[in-house]
Write a protein that binds this ligand. Structure first.
Ligand code: DGP
Length: 119
């Protein structure tokens, strides 16, 4: 949902608004990118759309071009972090899959060898 009434208690809406501090590495018209406070790799940045949707599927349904843009922005972040086209993008979707913040965010991970399957 992108209903603004859902965003008052949302942590990432707070970061997007600038009310909650974060180490921002890139800010665009549509997204804010900041370092994850629990990094799982030497580079771990979250690419967060300014609009509130609960997960990647909700964003895709309501704003498909916004989802594509998120991936473009993630690639810019990876480049500026020196990952040279070598990185992992992750959308955790649902609590059972590890999603803990219910505002769409794309994890950009890199700077170490990545294992498969992921844990
Ligand atoms: P997920 O588990 O996929 O919903 O990812 C949420 C990520 O958000 C998780 O890796 C930890 C990170 N995180 C949680 N709280 C904060 C915060 O206050 N600031 C920042 N920068 N990251 C946070």
């Amino acid at each position: 949902m992108s209903d603004p009434s859902h965003t008052a208690d949302c942590l990432f809406c707070g970061i997007v608004r600038g009310d909650v501090p974060a180490e921002v590495v890139l800010s665009t018209d549509t997204a804010v990118c900041f370092r994850d406070t629990m990094p799982q790799a030497p580079t771990h940045v979250l690419v967060v759309p300014r609009s509130h949707h609960a997960n990647a599927v909700e964003l895709a349904r309501h704003d498909p071009s916004g989802l594509a843009e998120l991936v473009e922005v993630a690639d810019k972040v990876a480049e500026s972090e020196g990952l040279a086209g070598d990185y992992r993008l992750v959308f955790n979707t649902g609590a059972g899959a590890g999603q803990s913040v219910f505002h769409t965010h794309l994890h950009v991970l890199g700077g170490r060898p990545m294992n498969w399957p992921p844990g």
